[in-house]
Design a protein around this ligand. Structure first.
Ligand code: FMN
Ligand code: SF4
Ligand code: SF4
Length: 355
C-alpha cells in the first residue's frame, strides 16, 4: 500500500504527543508521504479529509482512557469510507533508579480505534507509547536525564510502528492494557463524568503569578479566564482538560493544584444532599419507582454545583496574600519539578492552535 497524503490529528498538553507526531511526520516525509499536523481543538469541526489517504490520531492518556476532547473529535470526523487510520495513545512512562516503568493506557487507544472503525475507517494500528509522565498534580516532573532516556526509547518504538504502518502492515499492540482497562472502565467513566471537573477546580495561581496571561492564551481549550482589572489572575473553568500545559509552561512556576482544597472539595461533594432532597420530595410526590435514577441525577447536579460554588469562593479568598500562602504551602505541587517535553516550546504547540 503506497500512501500519498496523511493528516495527524494530535492533542498535547506538555508536548509529548506533539513530539511523537513530529517523528511520525518525519517518517512519512522520508517515504514521500505528504503529511500535515493538525492540533485537535474546538474549531476542528468542519473536517475535510477528501485528499487524505491515511489518518493518524495521537494524544495523551487521561484516567486510563482517551481525553474527552479526543473522543469528541473522533465522533465528529467525517465518514471514513475505508480510509486507513492508526491511533497512538502516549502514556506515563517513568524511570526509577535507572529502571524504566511503563504507563498504562487502558482503553485509550482502542476506544478511539473503535469510534474510527464505527465511522468506517480501516484501523491499521493501535499503540500505547511511553513518554515521560506529565501528571504534575500528582508527582514530581521527571528530571532531564530520565525524560530524555524515555523519549529516546519512544522514538525507536514510534519509528518501528510507523515503518510497519507505511509499508501497509497492521500493528495492534496493548491487548493486556485493553483487558485491564476494560476491568477498570468504571474508573475511566468516573474520570470522564466527574474526575476531570474535580481536577480542573484544584488549580490556582500562587503569589508568584505576574498576571501575564500566558496560561490563558496558550490553553488548548481556552479554559482559563483572566479575572480582575488591576492584577488579573487566572480562573480555571470546567472546560479544563487537565492537560498540564499551564502548569508545565508557566514562566513563574505559579500554577499549583491544591491538595488541601481537594480534601475539602471531596467532603463537600459527598454530603448526602440528594438523600435529604429526595426525602423531602417523597413527602410531596410519589418518587419511589425512579428513586435510583432521581438519586443519580440529583447527586450529579449537586456535585457539579458544589465544585463550582466552592471554587468560586476559593478564587475570591485566594486573592488574600495570607490565604494564598496557606493554600500554596498546603499543597505538594509547590515542591514539584515542572515538566514539559524538553525540546518543545510553547510556540510549537500553541502555533497550531486554531482560533
Ligand atoms: C490528568 C492526567 C491523567 C493521566 N492519566 C494517565 C493514565 O491513566 N495512564 C497513563 O499511563 N498516563 C496518564 N497520564 C500521563 C500522560 O498520559 C502522559 O504523560 C502523556 O504522554 C502526556 O502527553 P502530552 O504531553 O502530549 O499531553 C495522565 C496525565 C494527566 C495530566
Ligand atoms: S499563572 Fe503563570 S502564566 Fe498564568 S498569568 Fe500567572 S504568571 Fe502568567
Ligand atoms: S487550563 Fe491548563 S490544564 Fe486545563 S486545559 Fe488549559 S492548559 Fe490544560
Amino acid at each position: 500500500m503506497q500512501y500519498s497524503s496523511m493528516v495527524i490529528y494530535f492533542m498535547s498538553g506538555t508536548g509529548n504527543s506533539y513530539r511523537a507526531s513530529t517523528w511520525i511526520e518525519e517518517a512519512a516525509n522520508k517515504k514521500g508521504v505528504t503529511s500535515k499536523l493538525d492540533q485537535i481543538s474546538k474549531s476542528c469541526e468542519k473536517l475535510d479529509l477528501e485528499e487524505v489517504d491515511l489518518l493518524g490520531v495521537v494524544f495523551p492518556t487521561h484516567g486510563f482512557t482517551a481525553p474527552w476532547q479526543v473522543i469528541r473529535h473522533a465522533l465528529r470526523l467525517p465518514r471514513g469510507n475505508r480510509k486507513h487510520a492508526y491511533v497512538i495513545a502516549t502514556r506515563a512512562g517513568t524511570r526509577i533508579a535507572s529502571i524504566p516503568f511503563p504507563g498504562f493506557e487502558g482503553t485509550a487507544g482502542y476506544l478511539i480505534a473503535l469510534i474510527l472503525f464505527l465511522k468506517g475507517y480501516a484501523v491499521r494500528g493501535v499503540m500505547g507509547l511511553d513518554m515521560p509522565s506529565n501528571w504534575m498534580s500528582l508527582h514530581w516532573g521527571l528530571n532531564l536525564e530520565n525524560s530524555r532516556f524515555i523519549i529516546r526509547r519512544a522514538r525507536v518504538k514510534t519509528d518501528l510502528f510507523m515503518k510497519s504502518i507505511l509499508e501497509g502492515k497492521r500493528v495492534y499492540r496493548g491487548f493486556i492494557c485493553l483487558f485491564l482497562g476494560l476491568i477498570l472502565s468504571s474508573i475511566s467513566l468516573g474520570y470522564l463524568v466527574i474526575g476531570r471537573f474535580f481536577l480542573s477546580k484544584l488549580f490556582f495561581a500562587s503569589g508568584n503569578c505576574s498576571g501575564c496571561g500566558l496560561c490563558a492564551n496558550s490553553c488548548p481549550v481556552q479554559a482559563i479566564r483572566m479575572v480582575g482589572s488591576n492584577k488579573p489572575r487566572p480562573y480555571w473553568t470546567f472546560a479544563c482538560e487537565s492537560c498540564m500545559r499551564c502548569m508545565g509552561y508557566c514562566p513563574n512556576k505559579a500554577v499549583e493544584a491544591s491538595h488541601s482544597f481537594a480534601i475539602i472539595l471531596y467532603f463537600i461533594a459527598t454530603l448526602p444532599v440528594s438523600f435529604y432532597v429526595l426525602n423531602e420530595l417523597g413527602k410531596i410526590i410519589p418518587i419511589e419507582h425512579y428513586l435510583f435514577l432521581y438519586n443519580v441525577v440529583l447527586n450529579y447536579i449537586y456535585i457539579l454545583i458544589s465544585f463550582f460554588v466552592a471554587y468560586l469562593i476559593l478564587s475570591v479568598l485566594i486573592k488574600n496574600p495570607f490565604l494564598n500562602k496557606l493554600c500554596t504551602y498546603t499543597t505538594f505541587t509547590h515542591l514539584y519539578r515542572r515538566y514539559h517535553e524538553p525540546d518543545t516550546s510553547l510556540i510549537d504547540i500553541a502555533e497550531r492552535k486554531k482560533v
